[in-house]
Design a protein around this ligand. Structure first.
Ligand code: 3PG
Length: 206
């Protein structure tokens, strides 16, 4: 089993990891500042936009921000994300290529799993911390609880359909270390709105 200390730090610093799709580089710093001001300091920048690598670089300059890359689909993405300063890697699924690249670059990897077979393949690779994705479409909390009862030492970050309204139900499950979600910036990028949403998310009770 790989050392989970670094991943556990990523997953337990805050109850919510914002899943960020940054449309323009100029928004990167203000969004990171607003999230950190609101109390969310672990930020996942998805590699879904042109400016994602530069956004990771910019956001990493914000004091207090721990920035990782999400939607990492292969070893090349992972290498570029690490080069841009990503401190952790999130992928929607688990492949041996991404797992090997994470080990090569010595960066914590939180790969997506959707079922027992995915988790078993992850355990074979020495992994025990996973993104449960897409959480709601995969059966929601009942599915997560069923998986958690089988894999005792495994911890999850459910994402996909998690919201400000339902996050606390997920966080109450002992196998859930944190949740991820895009609602912090969905539709609105104004600093005050993002900071207020982050503040509420940072105080969601378990
Ligand atoms: C992810 O990449 O984790 C999901 O797209 C986030 O899902 P959400 O938009 O439903 O929060």
């Amino acid at each position: 089993m790989l050392d989970t200390t670094m991943l556990d730090a990523v997953m337990t610093r805050c109850p919510v990891i914002p899943v960020l799709v940054i449309p323009e580089l100029s928004l990167a710093r203000p969004i990171a500042q607003a999230l950190v001001a609101g109390g969310l300091t672990t930020l996942e920048v998805t590699l879904r936009t042109e400016c994602a690598f530069e956004a990771i670089r910019e956001m990493s300059k914000v004091e207090g921000a721990h920035v990782g890359a999400g939607t990492v689909l292969n070893g090349d993405d992972l290498a570029r994300a690490v080069d841009a300063g990503a401190q952790f890697i999130v992928s929607p699924g688990l492949t041996p290529e991404v797992a090997a690249a994470a080990q090569r670059h010595d960066v914590p990897l939180l790969p997506g799993v959707a079922n027992a077979g995915d988790i078993m393949r992850g355990l074979d690779l020495g992994l025990s911390r996973f993104k449960f994705f897409p959480a709601m479409a995969n059966g929601g909390l009942p599915a997560l609880k069923a998986l958690a009862s089988v894999f005792g030492r495994v911890k999850f970050c459910p994402t996909g359909g998690i919201s400000e309204e339902n996050a606390s139900e997920w966080l109450a499950e002992p196998a859930v270390s944190c949740v991820g979600g895009s609602w912090l910036t969905s539709g609105r990028f104004e600093a005050a709105t993002v900071e207020a949403r982050a503040h509420r998310a940072a105080h969601i009770s378990r």
